[in-house]
Design a protein around this ligand. Structure first.
Ligand code: PBG
Length: 332
């Protein structure tokens, strides 16, 4: 029954699932997703992380099995984060470039089991720092240039172990260029750099720091190096420098609270953009779903599609394997 004399009825294109599928502008596929994995050196195959339901610290064997699962559903990459025993943490974080360390052993095991799966290694000192900082600390200050010298050693070691992508998440100035130089002079010119370009000093990293026991100690927070949540133009400065220094891909982190930044970067660069749907974003949804307050399936898919719609080419999310296994068909 028509009462109104309407030319336009946008609801026509929403009337059933088929037409909605046909006109959908943004869709998600397994090939958009990167699975972050927490690994540890212990005996236990899995140690649950209470603030991240469904996520665990995996030992090497379980990590490799998880990688095989990820690869089977068409996820192209995993990002590794080590939980380091406190006896191996130090103020100078030297375990970060130990060629016999947990990360290089994991990289080799994963590349052996699934050669096509890209392995991304985080370049930052916090899992190895007894102070929980991403950089070298002297008298309560994070020293930029000394930190870059350490990061360069860490990135080179990761590349030599077989990492496909190194991802500096430390936010020190000049690290992308320094890492590119070092990799090139070490014959690792094919190793890609995914720069954490706009990484904000965020409360949403809380559960990640529980997972790695890497919360900053001693009163110093990360605000002298991670970005201020109030700043958007500054993200463009960081973008400009990272690209000039040779970043292959850039990242915005966290994702949902910073979709405007994803869009600004998308409109300002041709390089691929990754967005990190971080631990706190995952934990919020899981917690609300466990209470019966939100529908996990609907909300995780909506969150990930929103991140892609804002302009991200790929998304780091703890839900990657689950989403790919349950909702997405392999497209490769
Ligand atoms: C540290 C690092 C952090 C995350 C990734 N790399 C935490 C921090 O900066 O304190 C957070 C990821 C997440 O919360 O999921 N280099």
């Amino acid at each position: 029954m028509t009462l109104l004399d309407l030319v336009h009825r946008p609801r026509r294109l929403r009337q059933n699932a088929s037409i909605r599928a046909l006109v959908r502008e943004t869709t998600l596929s397994a090939s958009d997703l990167i699975q972050p994995l927490f690994i540890h050196d212990g005996e236990a195959a899995e140690v649950a992380i209470p603030s991240m339901p469904g996520q665990a610290r995996l030992n090497l064997e379980a990590c490799v099995e998880t990688c095989v699962r990820a690869s089977r559903v068409g996820i192209p990459a995993v990002a590794l984060f080590p939980s380091v025993e406190s006896s191996r943490k130090s103020e100078d974080a030297r375990e970060a470039w130990n060629p016999e360390g947990l990360i290089p052993r994991a990289v080799k095991a994963i590349k052996k089991a699934c050669p096509e799966l890209l392995v991304i290694c985080d370049v930052a000192l916090d899992p190895y720092s007894s102070l929980g900082q991403d950089g070298v600390v002297r008298d309560g200050t994070i020293l930029n240039d000394l930190t870059v010298a350490a990061l360069v050693k860490q990135a080179r070691m990761q590349a030599e172990a077989g990492a496909d992508i190194v991802a500096p998440s430390d936010m020190m100035d000049g690290r992308v260029g320094a890492i590119r130089n070092e990799l090139d002079s070490a014959g690792q010119e094919s190793t890609m750099i995914l720069a954490y370009t706009a990484k904000y000093a965020s409360g949403f990293y809380g559960p990640f720091r529980d997972a790695l026991d890497s919360a900053p100690r001693g009163g110093t927070d990360k605000k002298t190096y991670q970005m201020d949540p109030g700043n958007a133009r500054e993200a463009l400065r960081e973008l400009y420098f990272d690209i000039q220094e040779g970043a292959d891909m850039v990242m915005v982190k966290p994702a949902l609270p910073y979709l405007d930044i994803v869009r600004e970067l998308r409109d300002s660069t041709e390089v691929p953009i990754a967005a990190y749907h971080v631990s706190g974003e995952y934990a919020m949804l899981k917690a609300a779903a466990q209470k019966g307050w939100l529908d996990w399936d609907a909300c995780i898919m909506e969150s990930l599609v929103s991140i892609k719609r804002a302009g991200a080419d790929c998304i780091l999310t703890y839900a990657a394997i689950e989403v790919a296994e349950r909702f997405l068909r392999k497209q490769r």
